[in-house]
Design a protein. Structure first.
Length: 335
Protein backbone atom coordinates (compact mmCIF):
# COMPACT_ATOMS: atom_id res chain seq x y z
CA UNK A 1 0.00 0.00 0.00
CA UNK A 2 1.37 3.45 -0.91
CA UNK A 3 2.29 5.85 1.87
CA UNK A 4 -0.34 8.31 0.62
CA UNK A 5 -3.01 5.60 0.60
CA UNK A 6 -1.98 4.60 4.12
CA UNK A 7 -2.17 8.21 5.34
CA UNK A 8 -5.60 8.58 3.77
CA UNK A 9 -6.81 5.42 5.45
CA UNK A 10 -5.55 6.63 8.82
CA UNK A 11 -7.30 9.96 8.30
CA UNK A 12 -10.54 8.05 7.82
CA UNK A 13 -10.30 6.52 11.29
CA UNK A 14 -13.58 6.67 13.11
CA UNK A 15 -15.56 7.85 10.09
CA UNK A 16 -16.30 4.32 9.03
CA UNK A 17 -17.33 1.47 11.33
CA UNK A 18 -15.57 -1.87 11.09
CA UNK A 19 -17.29 -5.19 11.62
CA UNK A 20 -15.10 -7.23 13.97
CA UNK A 21 -15.03 -10.91 14.53
CA UNK A 22 -16.97 -10.56 17.75
CA UNK A 23 -20.31 -8.79 17.92
CA UNK A 24 -19.22 -7.03 21.10
CA UNK A 25 -16.42 -5.33 19.16
CA UNK A 26 -18.57 -4.36 16.18
CA UNK A 27 -19.52 -0.98 17.62
CA UNK A 28 -15.95 0.16 18.17
CA UNK A 29 -14.95 3.04 15.86
CA UNK A 30 -12.21 1.28 13.93
CA UNK A 31 -10.75 2.63 10.68
CA UNK A 32 -12.11 1.99 7.23
CA UNK A 33 -14.43 -0.98 7.12
CA UNK A 34 -13.03 -3.20 4.47
CA UNK A 35 -15.02 -6.29 5.26
CA UNK A 36 -12.54 -8.30 3.24
CA UNK A 37 -9.45 -6.50 4.46
CA UNK A 38 -9.96 -4.84 7.86
CA UNK A 39 -7.77 -1.85 8.64
CA UNK A 40 -6.17 -0.81 11.88
CA UNK A 41 -6.86 2.16 14.11
CA UNK A 42 -4.03 4.22 15.54
CA UNK A 43 -6.25 6.32 17.84
CA UNK A 44 -6.28 5.91 21.59
CA UNK A 45 -9.52 5.07 23.38
CA UNK A 46 -9.71 8.62 24.75
CA UNK A 47 -9.42 10.31 21.37
CA UNK A 48 -12.84 11.24 19.93
CA UNK A 49 -13.63 10.11 16.40
CA UNK A 50 -13.50 12.74 13.66
CA UNK A 51 -16.81 14.09 12.37
CA UNK A 52 -18.67 12.17 9.67
CA UNK A 53 -18.08 13.11 6.04
CA UNK A 54 -20.11 16.19 5.15
CA UNK A 55 -21.55 14.56 2.04
CA UNK A 56 -21.82 11.01 0.71
CA UNK A 57 -22.88 10.08 -2.81
CA UNK A 58 -23.81 6.48 -3.64
CA UNK A 59 -23.42 5.28 -7.24
CA UNK A 60 -25.25 2.26 -8.59
CA UNK A 61 -24.32 -0.52 -11.01
CA UNK A 62 -22.08 0.59 -13.92
CA UNK A 63 -21.61 -2.62 -15.97
CA UNK A 64 -18.62 -1.71 -18.07
CA UNK A 65 -19.89 1.67 -19.30
CA UNK A 66 -17.21 4.33 -18.91
CA UNK A 67 -19.41 7.18 -20.13
CA UNK A 68 -22.11 6.31 -17.60
CA UNK A 69 -19.42 6.24 -14.92
CA UNK A 70 -18.25 9.71 -15.88
CA UNK A 71 -21.80 11.04 -15.99
CA UNK A 72 -22.51 9.70 -12.52
CA UNK A 73 -19.30 11.08 -11.03
CA UNK A 74 -19.85 14.50 -12.59
CA UNK A 75 -23.42 14.51 -11.36
CA UNK A 76 -22.06 13.76 -7.89
CA UNK A 77 -19.66 16.70 -8.10
CA UNK A 78 -16.71 14.33 -7.84
CA UNK A 79 -14.85 15.01 -11.11
CA UNK A 80 -14.44 17.75 -13.70
CA UNK A 81 -14.49 17.47 -17.48
CA UNK A 82 -10.92 16.14 -17.39
CA UNK A 83 -11.86 13.35 -14.94
CA UNK A 84 -9.90 15.02 -12.11
CA UNK A 85 -11.15 14.88 -8.53
CA UNK A 86 -12.91 18.10 -7.50
CA UNK A 87 -15.05 16.64 -4.71
CA UNK A 88 -12.91 17.80 -1.80
CA UNK A 89 -14.19 16.01 1.33
CA UNK A 90 -16.90 14.19 -0.62
CA UNK A 91 -17.19 10.42 -0.05
CA UNK A 92 -18.24 8.31 -3.06
CA UNK A 93 -19.48 4.73 -2.59
CA UNK A 94 -20.03 2.55 -5.65
CA UNK A 95 -22.15 -0.46 -4.69
CA UNK A 96 -20.73 -3.10 -7.05
CA UNK A 97 -21.28 -4.56 -10.52
CA UNK A 98 -18.66 -2.59 -12.38
CA UNK A 99 -18.00 -5.80 -14.35
CA UNK A 100 -19.89 -7.53 -17.20
CA UNK A 101 -22.35 -6.40 -19.89
CA UNK A 102 -19.94 -3.74 -21.23
CA UNK A 103 -16.47 -3.42 -22.69
CA UNK A 104 -14.74 -0.68 -20.69
CA UNK A 105 -14.25 -2.37 -17.34
CA UNK A 106 -10.49 -1.88 -17.16
CA UNK A 107 -10.81 1.84 -17.85
CA UNK A 108 -13.41 2.19 -15.09
CA UNK A 109 -11.27 0.33 -12.57
CA UNK A 110 -8.23 2.42 -13.49
CA UNK A 111 -10.26 5.63 -13.19
CA UNK A 112 -11.44 4.69 -9.71
CA UNK A 113 -7.90 3.68 -8.68
CA UNK A 114 -6.64 7.14 -9.57
CA UNK A 115 -9.60 8.95 -8.04
CA UNK A 116 -9.17 7.04 -4.80
CA UNK A 117 -5.70 8.52 -4.36
CA UNK A 118 -6.80 12.00 -5.43
CA UNK A 119 -9.81 11.92 -3.10
CA UNK A 120 -7.78 10.80 -0.09
CA UNK A 121 -5.26 13.57 -0.71
CA UNK A 122 -8.15 16.08 -0.68
CA UNK A 123 -9.74 14.69 2.49
CA UNK A 124 -12.46 12.71 0.71
CA UNK A 125 -12.88 9.05 -0.14
CA UNK A 126 -13.78 6.62 -2.90
CA UNK A 127 -14.97 3.12 -1.98
CA UNK A 128 -15.89 0.27 -4.33
CA UNK A 129 -17.97 -2.69 -3.17
CA UNK A 130 -18.10 -6.15 -4.69
CA UNK A 131 -21.35 -7.21 -6.30
CA UNK A 132 -22.58 -10.48 -7.71
CA UNK A 133 -20.86 -9.85 -11.05
CA UNK A 134 -17.49 -9.42 -9.39
CA UNK A 135 -18.07 -12.77 -7.71
CA UNK A 136 -19.17 -14.34 -11.01
CA UNK A 137 -15.92 -13.32 -12.69
CA UNK A 138 -13.71 -14.72 -9.93
CA UNK A 139 -15.78 -17.92 -10.17
CA UNK A 140 -15.04 -17.87 -13.94
CA UNK A 141 -18.75 -17.72 -14.71
CA UNK A 142 -18.28 -15.62 -17.83
CA UNK A 143 -21.75 -15.80 -19.37
CA UNK A 144 -22.33 -12.03 -19.01
CA UNK A 145 -18.97 -10.97 -20.50
CA UNK A 146 -19.21 -9.28 -23.89
CA UNK A 147 -16.80 -9.77 -26.78
CA UNK A 148 -15.39 -6.33 -25.97
CA UNK A 149 -15.05 -7.41 -22.34
CA UNK A 150 -12.83 -10.31 -23.35
CA UNK A 151 -10.80 -8.16 -25.75
CA UNK A 152 -10.35 -5.52 -23.03
CA UNK A 153 -8.01 -7.79 -21.06
CA UNK A 154 -5.80 -8.89 -23.94
CA UNK A 155 -2.37 -7.56 -23.05
CA UNK A 156 -3.37 -6.75 -19.47
CA UNK A 157 -1.86 -9.96 -18.07
CA UNK A 158 0.67 -12.59 -19.04
CA UNK A 159 -1.01 -15.79 -20.22
CA UNK A 160 1.02 -18.91 -19.36
CA UNK A 161 1.43 -21.02 -22.50
CA UNK A 162 1.08 -24.43 -20.80
CA UNK A 163 -1.49 -23.77 -18.09
CA UNK A 164 -3.88 -26.77 -17.93
CA UNK A 165 -6.65 -24.62 -16.44
CA UNK A 166 -6.77 -22.64 -19.68
CA UNK A 167 -7.13 -25.56 -22.06
CA UNK A 168 -10.92 -25.43 -22.08
CA UNK A 169 -11.05 -21.74 -23.01
CA UNK A 170 -10.64 -20.20 -26.48
CA UNK A 171 -7.45 -18.11 -26.77
CA UNK A 172 -9.36 -14.81 -26.81
CA UNK A 173 -10.92 -15.60 -23.42
CA UNK A 174 -7.78 -16.75 -21.64
CA UNK A 175 -6.47 -13.29 -20.61
CA UNK A 176 -9.67 -12.58 -18.71
CA UNK A 177 -9.54 -15.99 -17.04
CA UNK A 178 -5.96 -15.34 -15.91
CA UNK A 179 -6.93 -11.87 -14.68
CA UNK A 180 -9.92 -12.88 -12.57
CA UNK A 181 -9.40 -16.47 -11.45
CA UNK A 182 -8.70 -16.85 -7.72
CA UNK A 183 -5.23 -15.48 -7.07
CA UNK A 184 -5.16 -13.61 -10.39
CA UNK A 185 -4.11 -9.96 -10.43
CA UNK A 186 -7.62 -8.56 -10.82
CA UNK A 187 -9.10 -11.05 -8.37
CA UNK A 188 -6.56 -9.79 -5.85
CA UNK A 189 -7.74 -6.24 -6.47
CA UNK A 190 -11.31 -7.33 -5.77
CA UNK A 191 -10.16 -9.04 -2.59
CA UNK A 192 -9.33 -5.61 -1.21
CA UNK A 193 -12.93 -4.42 -1.71
CA UNK A 194 -15.67 -4.95 0.88
CA UNK A 195 -19.04 -6.57 0.39
CA UNK A 196 -20.58 -4.40 3.10
CA UNK A 197 -19.59 -0.89 4.11
CA UNK A 198 -21.06 1.14 6.96
CA UNK A 199 -20.49 4.88 7.19
CA UNK A 200 -22.18 6.28 10.27
CA UNK A 201 -25.88 5.40 9.94
CA UNK A 202 -25.65 4.18 6.34
CA UNK A 203 -25.11 0.55 5.33
CA UNK A 204 -24.01 0.01 1.73
CA UNK A 205 -24.29 -3.45 0.15
CA UNK A 206 -24.96 -4.75 -3.34
CA UNK A 207 -27.88 -7.06 -2.58
CA UNK A 208 -28.87 -6.80 1.07
CA UNK A 209 -27.78 -7.76 4.57
CA UNK A 210 -30.26 -10.14 6.23
CA UNK A 211 -30.48 -11.22 9.88
CA UNK A 212 -28.89 -14.57 8.97
CA UNK A 213 -25.82 -12.73 7.66
CA UNK A 214 -25.39 -11.01 11.01
CA UNK A 215 -25.87 -14.35 12.78
CA UNK A 216 -23.06 -15.86 10.70
CA UNK A 217 -20.87 -12.77 11.15
CA UNK A 218 -20.18 -10.15 8.52
CA UNK A 219 -16.46 -10.23 9.18
CA UNK A 220 -16.42 -14.01 8.80
CA UNK A 221 -18.34 -13.81 5.52
CA UNK A 222 -15.96 -11.20 4.19
CA UNK A 223 -12.80 -12.96 5.27
CA UNK A 224 -13.90 -16.22 3.68
CA UNK A 225 -14.55 -14.45 0.37
CA UNK A 226 -11.26 -12.54 0.60
CA UNK A 227 -9.23 -15.71 1.05
CA UNK A 228 -11.04 -17.36 -1.85
CA UNK A 229 -10.38 -14.40 -4.15
CA UNK A 230 -6.73 -14.44 -3.15
CA UNK A 231 -6.55 -18.12 -4.11
CA UNK A 232 -5.76 -19.14 -0.55
CA UNK A 233 -8.95 -21.07 0.31
CA UNK A 234 -11.87 -22.81 -1.43
CA UNK A 235 -14.93 -20.84 -2.32
CA UNK A 236 -17.26 -20.78 0.73
CA UNK A 237 -20.35 -22.90 0.32
CA UNK A 238 -22.76 -20.14 1.39
CA UNK A 239 -21.69 -17.98 -1.58
CA UNK A 240 -23.20 -20.27 -4.23
CA UNK A 241 -26.67 -19.61 -5.58
CA UNK A 242 -28.66 -16.44 -4.94
CA UNK A 243 -29.34 -16.67 -1.20
CA UNK A 244 -26.56 -14.37 -0.03
CA UNK A 245 -25.86 -10.70 0.58
CA UNK A 246 -24.60 -9.94 -2.94
CA UNK A 247 -27.53 -11.63 -4.76
CA UNK A 248 -30.46 -11.00 -2.39
CA UNK A 249 -33.42 -8.95 -3.63
CA UNK A 250 -35.35 -9.10 -0.37
CA UNK A 251 -35.29 -5.31 -0.05
CA UNK A 252 -35.47 -4.37 -3.72
CA UNK A 253 -38.19 -6.50 -5.35
CA UNK A 254 -41.73 -7.26 -4.16
CA UNK A 255 -40.84 -5.79 -0.77
CA UNK A 256 -43.47 -6.65 1.87
CA UNK A 257 -43.94 -6.20 5.59
CA UNK A 258 -41.91 -9.32 6.36
CA UNK A 259 -38.96 -7.94 4.41
CA UNK A 260 -39.28 -4.58 6.15
CA UNK A 261 -39.35 -6.28 9.54
CA UNK A 262 -36.12 -8.14 8.69
CA UNK A 263 -34.55 -4.92 7.47
CA UNK A 264 -35.55 -3.17 10.69
CA UNK A 265 -33.90 -5.91 12.73
CA UNK A 266 -30.68 -5.63 10.73
CA UNK A 267 -30.53 -1.85 11.03
CA UNK A 268 -31.18 -1.99 14.75
CA UNK A 269 -28.47 -4.58 15.30
CA UNK A 270 -26.02 -2.57 13.20
CA UNK A 271 -26.94 0.75 14.79
CA UNK A 272 -27.87 2.17 11.37
CA UNK A 273 -30.64 4.33 9.92
CA UNK A 274 -30.82 3.05 6.37
CA UNK A 275 -29.46 0.57 3.83
CA UNK A 276 -28.41 1.48 0.29
CA UNK A 277 -28.50 -1.34 -2.30
CA UNK A 278 -27.98 -1.88 -6.02
CA UNK A 279 -28.48 -5.07 -8.04
CA UNK A 280 -32.16 -4.65 -9.02
CA UNK A 281 -32.89 -2.18 -11.81
CA UNK A 282 -35.55 0.46 -11.13
CA UNK A 283 -36.78 3.25 -13.39
CA UNK A 284 -35.57 5.73 -10.79
CA UNK A 285 -33.99 5.66 -7.35
CA UNK A 286 -36.66 4.14 -5.11
CA UNK A 287 -37.10 3.73 -1.37
CA UNK A 288 -39.09 1.14 0.58
CA UNK A 289 -39.86 0.46 4.23
CA UNK A 290 -40.49 4.12 5.10
CA UNK A 291 -37.17 5.27 3.69
CA UNK A 292 -35.07 2.68 5.48
CA UNK A 293 -33.82 1.12 2.23
CA UNK A 294 -32.84 2.93 -0.96
CA UNK A 295 -32.50 1.09 -4.29
CA UNK A 296 -30.07 3.00 -6.50
CA UNK A 297 -29.59 0.79 -9.58
CA UNK A 298 -31.32 2.78 -12.33
CA UNK A 299 -29.77 0.81 -15.19
CA UNK A 300 -27.62 3.77 -16.21
CA UNK A 301 -25.23 1.55 -18.19
CA UNK A 302 -25.56 1.38 -21.96
CA UNK A 303 -26.82 -2.20 -21.72
CA UNK A 304 -30.01 -1.06 -19.93
CA UNK A 305 -30.23 2.51 -21.28
CA UNK A 306 -31.63 3.80 -18.00
CA UNK A 307 -31.37 7.28 -16.55
CA UNK A 308 -28.22 8.42 -14.75
CA UNK A 309 -29.02 9.08 -11.08
CA UNK A 310 -27.05 9.02 -7.83
CA UNK A 311 -28.10 9.20 -4.18
CA UNK A 312 -26.82 12.06 -2.05
CA UNK A 313 -26.70 11.75 1.75
CA UNK A 314 -25.84 14.89 3.67
CA UNK A 315 -26.74 16.99 6.70
CA UNK A 316 -30.06 17.89 5.08
CA UNK A 317 -31.05 14.27 4.57
CA UNK A 318 -31.30 12.04 1.50
CA UNK A 319 -32.09 13.16 -2.02
CA UNK A 320 -31.82 11.91 -5.59
CA UNK A 321 -29.61 13.70 -8.08
CA UNK A 322 -30.40 13.13 -11.74
CA UNK A 323 -28.78 14.22 -14.96
CA UNK A 324 -30.66 16.91 -16.88
CA UNK A 325 -32.47 15.59 -19.94
CA UNK A 326 -30.59 15.58 -23.19
CA UNK A 327 -31.39 18.65 -25.33
CA UNK A 328 -33.58 17.90 -28.35
CA UNK A 329 -31.74 17.64 -31.66
CA UNK A 330 -31.44 20.78 -33.71
CA UNK A 331 -34.11 20.98 -36.40
CA UNK A 332 -32.75 20.46 -39.90
CA UNK A 333 -31.84 23.66 -41.69
CA UNK A 334 -33.85 24.89 -44.61
CA UNK A 335 -32.63 23.74 -47.97
Amino acid sequence: MSERRLRGRRQANGRLRAFSLARALAALPIALLLLLHPGCDDRTNDEPPPPPPPRIVAVGDLHGDLQATRRALRLAGAIDDQDRWIGGALTVVQVGDILDRGGEERAILELFDRLRDEAEAAGGGVHLLNGNHEVLNVALDLRYVTAQGFADFVGAVTVPPDDPQLEGYPPERRPRVVAFRPGGPYARKLADQPFVLQIDGNVFVHGGVRPRDLDYGLAELGEEMRLWMLGEAPRPGWSYGEDNLFWSRDYSRDVDSTDCAALGEVLERMGALRMIVGHTVHDSITSYCDGRVWCIDTGMARYYQGETMVLEIGPQGVRTLRSPPEPPPEPPGRP
